[in-house]
Design a protein around this ligand. Structure first.
Ligand code: SF4
Length: 358
């Protein structure tokens, strides 16, 4: 079996293209959300990449065929100039090619987005998708995200209005909302989606369904089967009735597999559909290379993470135990991107094959 596994893995490895980089711009965040996976005892001051380091990386990535960049680590508006410079640099590197432009996604908690709107417009920033995190109406969102008390007013409505302005200013093509499902907001999220869709120009909604984070022991927030099914029913009804694109992203370990099945029972399919459900799970029982996303045999090996300090990983550093750099394959400041990415694949493809075909 081991020999078969090796053979299948090595023949599959060559088939994968290099599609997507989840690219860090900083290691800072202004919030301390109850469910956040970032280990605060482990928030290293790191040696962030210079713009020249980013340029080198982007040129290598472009030549490998990468077309998608997801700027999601950690809060991009904590360092607005740096974030805008990285976005404009991506556009610049790709405009020198005859090939199609890059797709850039940015995910933000939205708190600092409004005060940086004019500057983003002035600098000619353009995003394909901007997704704001919102987990409920004012009170619920404040509680789950532990929004500081000095931020006054209806925070959810403020974020929705900021999102609308970004679209009106032409800074973004598509507007998305990301929510984290917990037992505190499972009844509220479908109503929030309906409200945002009716009153604001949102194009898509994405909901993270998470398992307990062992580092934080926040399992008290996890929805049980009954709550999850109630949420599924309402969300699929609203999405179908109002023709809303809604995606579930189920995160965690093997225990989360039933959640995918329940989602399918309510019509959330895997793949391109109006209502989707995708499962990403990690096996964190073995260190260090047993930790990779396992679900899509072909999807996740097309994607790699590069932190703002240049460390390359198969998955987000936030779910790794201890010093994330120990789990990294290496640093793009020292080694070519292709070499590092191929090493991620060399480790992850056999695991995926083993998981799905044996
Ligand atoms: S979940 Fe996002 S916004 Fe909240 S603390 Fe973590 S990185 Fe910051």
């Amino acid at each position: 079996m081991k020999q078969n596994l090796e053979q299948i893995s090595s023949s599959l490895r060559g088939l994968f293209s290099y599609d997507e980089i989840v690219l860090g711009v900083n290691h800072r965040c202004n919030l301390n959300c109850e469910f956040c996976y970032i280990d605060y005892d482990n928030s290293f001051e790191t040696n962030e990449m210079s713009m020249q380091d980013y340029r080198n990386l982007l040129m290598q990535a472009r030549d490998l065929g990468v077309r998608t960049y997801i700027l999601a680590e950690r809060e991009p508006f904590m360092t607005p100039s740096r974030t805008f410079n990285v976005i404009n640099l991506i556009r610049q590197v790709y405009s020198s090619e005859k090939s199609q432009d890059a797709e850039i996604f940015l995910v933000s908690n939205g708190i600092l987005a409004d005060e940086n709107l004019q500057e983003a417009a002035r600098q000619g920033v353009f995003l394909d998708t901007l997704a704001f995190s919102l987990d409920g109406f004012d009170k619920t969102h404040r509680n789950l995200r532990r929004i500081p008390y000095d931020i006054k007013g209806d925070i959810a409505e403020k974020i929705l209005q900021t999102a609308k302005k970004y679209k009106e200013y032409g800074i973004i093509k598509r507007l998305g909302m990301n929510s984290v499902l917990t037992n505190k907001n499972y009844q509220e999220i479908p109503k929030l989606i309906e409200h945002a869709h009716k009153n604001y120009p949102f194009d898509m909604f994405s909901i993270d369904v998470f398992n307990e984070n062992p580092k934080k022991r926040n399992g008290h927030l996890k929805t049980n089967k009954k709550q999850f099914q109630e949420f599924l029913k309402e969300t699929s009804d609203i999405s179908r009735k109002k023709d809303i694109k809604t995606e579930l992203i189920i995160l965690g370990n093997r225990q989360m597999r039933p959640y995918l099945q329940w989602a399918r029972d309510f019509g959330f399919l895997r793949g391109e559909s109006k209502i989707d459900a995708n499962l990403f799970y990690v096996d964190d029982t073995q260190e260090p290379f047993r930790i990779y996303y396992h679900l899509f045999p072909t999807e996740y090996v097309r994607s790699v993470r590069v932190g703002s300090d240049g460390f390359v990983m198969g998955i987000g550093r936030e779910i790794m135990k201890g010093d994330y750099r120990k789990h990294s394959i290496g640093n793009v400041k020292e080694k070519p991107l292709k070499e590092l990415w191929d090493e991620v694949r060399a480790k992850s493809v056999p695991l995926t094959v083993e998981e799905f075909y044996f």
